[in-house]
Design a protein around this ligand. Sequence first.
Ligand SMILES: Nc1ncnc2c1ncn2[C@@H]1O[C@H](COP(=O)(O)OP(=O)(O)O)[C@@H](O)[C@H]1O
Ligand SMILES: [Mg+2]
Length: 251
Amino acid sequence: MNKIIIENLSLQYSDGTESLRNINLGIREKAVTVLFGPAGGGKSTLLRCLNRLNDLTEVRASAGRILIDGENVLDADTDVITLRRKVGMVFARPVVLPMSIRENLTYGLELAGETRRSKLDEAVERSLKLAALWDEVKDRLEDPAIALSGGQQQRLCLARSLALQPEIILLDEPTSGLDPISTGKVEAALTELKKEYTIILVPHSVQQAARTADYAAFFLQGELIEYNEGKALFTAPKEKRTEDYITGRFG
Ligand SMILES: Nc1ncnc2c1ncn2[C@@H]1O[C@H](COP(=O)(O)OP(=O)(O)O)[C@@H](O)[C@H]1O
Ligand SMILES: [Mg+2]
């Protein structure tokens, strides 16, 4: 089942850069779809379209539709606040709030009006377990989040987006600054998360793409070159350009 259907999506920034050219792509529910390819391919632009973060940048023209559960999120009357709760995002650099570990997780819920301690505690535990961080922090939830290692901070950011109970999680090179052990923990968390959530990951390497992809889409200069199940795409790419990229002929 497709959770998201992207139809004829094109986007031009105000300086004329054509970042996405007529993209057509279905994103499967409860699976990891990776968007990979060299820098400048339009991957981050596409993620920002999905939760309307591009509203904050200067876009000259855009066309097409993005249906999430059948509704076009690019419609002018989309409630962007509700959309962004449904579509959580984790960026390359973890940005923790200058508060305790617990408060990082409860802050968003409290803003949304939740005041019951039991509900907040439940959300803290559930989201930390899902992000594979619970065992490491359960005895020091009141410590400042900034005291955590980079890898722990990134998992805290993942937990923070999970605390709001999204349905879709966008991850834009979430492990680019992390050591291999932390990277492994984030990847392991994805394996658990995809049982419940629809995940779109921009990986930081071809190797990570191959390790994590249930489905994979190769982007080059604003175009979707090839889409397939991850196994098929990484073992038997159909397009020469995909093959050249995954075998390291260009980067
Ligand atoms: N805010 C922006 N304003 C103008 N051009 C941008 C902006 N963001 C990205 N671009 C351009 O759009 C293209 C795609 O960028 P991006 O989506 O960041 O690709 P990727 O994430 O695959 O590296 C690039 O040519 C980039 O320079
Ligand atoms: Mg990017």
